[in-house]
Design a protein around this ligand. Structure first.
Ligand code: GAR
Length: 206
């Protein structure tokens, strides 16, 4: 008797290396989930190719086909509901989701961001970190709330920043950590191990 698999929707805009890390962990059996759908707001996103290569439905949702942000969000919501997804994973998805969308998936949307939040939210966090002169940076998996990269923090990983770093070198070092902590955070969600109290996320022991 097959038990019901935990369903992820992965929302992307670009390369999709985090998507690939999630797919790899599922295929290796270390992440107990399935991905029925990958949705991109960018037509040329290589992430859509990655989805196709693994038998996952790739969907390009063109923001230009909708009269506004709310209509786009509604179409997105309908797609996700139709697939009965348990968790929405933003994975390099470069679009802000509206309040109505976030409320309709309350506690079921997570994001990965390439900085140690709350430092350097928003665009070009790696460049922001270099310009600020921090000696360590990293990445953060967090719940999505109505703010920009502001929701409760699930996991973080730290990397050193070297004097010789440019944006590309630092981004690469951070990305390696993203690929480790994002699947791990998703598995915590699958196992229902996270408790959120105000800003604080704690892990229940097994
Ligand atoms: C990743 O570094 C991710 O953290 C970042 O975009 C990159 C996507 O890479 N996301 C954000 O900056 C969101 N604010 P990927 O497409 O190869 O996974």
């Amino acid at each position: 008797m097959g038990s019901k698999k935990f369903k992820l929707a992965v929302l992307v805009s670009g390369q999709g290396t985090n998507l690939q890390a999630i797919i790899d962990q599922i295929e290796q059996g270390t992440l107990a989930a399935e991905i029925p759908i990958v949705i991109s707001n960018a037509k040329e996103a290589f992430a859509l190719e990655r989805a196709k290569n693994h038998g996952i439905k790739p969907v390009f949702l063109d923001p230009k086909s909708y009269s506004g942000k709310e209509e786009f969000d509604r179409a997105l919501k309908d797609l996700l509901r139709a697939e009965a997804v348990d968790l929405v994973c933003l994975s390099g998805f470069m679009r802000i989701l509206g309040k109505a969308f976030i409320n309709s998936f309350a506690g079921k949307i997570i994001n990965i961001h390439p900085s140690l939040l709350p430092a350097f939210p928003g665009l070009h966090p790696q460049q922001q970190a270099l310009e600020h002169g921090v000696k360590f940076s990293g990445c953060t998996v967090h719940f999505v709330d109505e703010g920009v990269d502001s929701g409760p923090i699930i996991l973080q990983s730290v990397v050193p920043v070297y004097d010789s770093d440019d944006e590309e070198a630092l981004s690469k070092r951070i990305l390696e950590q993203e690929h480790i902590i994002y699947p791990r955070a998703i598995q915590l969600m699958v196992e229902n191990r996270l408790t959120v109290s105000e800003r604080k996320v704690t892990q229940k022991k097994n």
